[in-house]
Design a protein around this ligand. Structure first.
Ligand SMILES: *Cc1c(COP(=O)(O)O)cnc(C)c1O
Length: 330
């Protein structure tokens, strides 16, 4: 058994994926082929936002958003203290200060009350000016955006949704990656929607930021790529990856997201009276980037992991990285 059986998924989609890959190879459109624009259009439509800007990976997607917002030295960016390293790393990359916010014990997503406490603390200290919040949709579950947005509005902060694990999740009918002023995702193979290498995307309704993002991702280009008007980076999505994603997005949308939720429901039914199962609040849909259980103590956790290993079922221990990450902060 695998966490995500990508080999088997490929067998199911092989005909279409091979056809799409062959076309890129025979057309020799390796960079900025028509498949990239086609994918961006389909992703924007699926997520329900005006613009999708594809890029090289989910980390660059976050970094590009911070660059478009001109966040840098002296700025504070609030991030959850339980997330993948990249969420905090990008804040350091632009020389801003990451400020850690507690997560909710049941959903593991950013806690709005703790966010407000941290904003007040930073304002009182007066050393950094609060600019943005990066909110993560951990394990596939969208964060509590109703509560988070009340705070970002109250303190006039930009909201960046890190939907690297959240793609396909929903609150009501609204899709993940559409909750922030900018939303981002990753197409790393093991994410809910993965490609066959690295890939990422940025979502926004804002025309001006869309133009800036398209410039920053191609060496700060102006009217053409040899007219460089700002310092940017090289962060395009390969045409090959876009060609793969066109097939995988269709399967994800039409079949996989339903199947994943059906299997999670099956797990929930058999496990709910034995261990603590993932909480998906009413009206929320998770895309289950990971199916996570909370156990009573180390003893129960280790013995369960031993049992799973004997049966060939993969498992992983996830622990808070806050203390580790904090040691990097200035
Ligand atoms: C995977 C991940 C990223 C980074 O995505 P890459 O495509 O690997 O760069 C960022 N944030 C979170 C929460 C992630 O899980």
């Amino acid at each position: 058994m695998h966490f995500r059986d990508l080999g088997r998924q490929y067998q199911n989609l092989k005909t279409d994926i091979n056809k799409n890959i062959s076309k890129v190879l025979s057309d020799a459109n390796y960079i900025n082929g028509s498949q990239v624009i086609e994918l961006e259009n389909q992703l924007a439509e699926y997520v329900g936002v005006k613009h999708c800007i594809s890029c090289a990976n989910g980390t660059d997607a976050l970094l590009l958003a911070l660059m478009a917002w001109n966040i840098g030295e002296g700025d504070a960016v609030f991030i959850p203290d339980f997330t993948f390293f990249a969420t905090g790393e990008v804040v350091e990359c632009v020389n801003a200060m990451p400020v850690f916010v507690d997560v909710d014990k049941q959903t593991f997503n950013m806690d709005a009350k703790s966010l407000e406490e941290q904003i007040i603390r930073i304002n009182e200290e007066g050393k950094y000016s609060p600019k943005a919040v990066i909110c993560v949709d951990l394990f596939g579950l969208p964060a509590d955006y109703d509560s988070i947005k009340k705070i970002t509005r109250k303190y006039n902060l930009l909201l960046l949704e890190d939907g690297a694990q959240g793609f396909g999740g929903q609150v009501g009918e609204q899709k993940a990656c559409s909750f922030g002023d900018i939303g981002t995702t990753s197409f790393f193979p093991a994410k809910p929607l993965g490609c066959y290498g690295d890939g990422g995307a940025i979502f926004t309704n804002n025309d001006e930021w869309c133009d800036l993002l398209n410039s920053y991702k191609v060496h700060g280009k102006g009217s053409d790529k040899y007219n460089n008007i700002r310092i940017g980076m090289n962060s395009r999505l390969d045409t090959l990856q876009a060609a793969v994603l066109l097939v995988k997005l269709k399967a994800f949308r039409d079949i996989e997201i339903v199947n994943i939720n059906r299997i999670a429901e099956k797990y929930n039914k058999s496990l709910h009276n034995k261990v603590s199962i993932p909480l998906v609040p009413k009206n929320y849909t998770s895309s289950y980037a990971q199916y996570t259980l909370t156990l009573n103590d180390k003893k129960q956790r280790d013995s369960l992991q031993r049992e799973l290993k004997l049966k060939g079922i993969p498992s992983m221990i996830l622990s808070k990285t806050a203390s580790f990450t904090k040691s990097f902060s200035r």
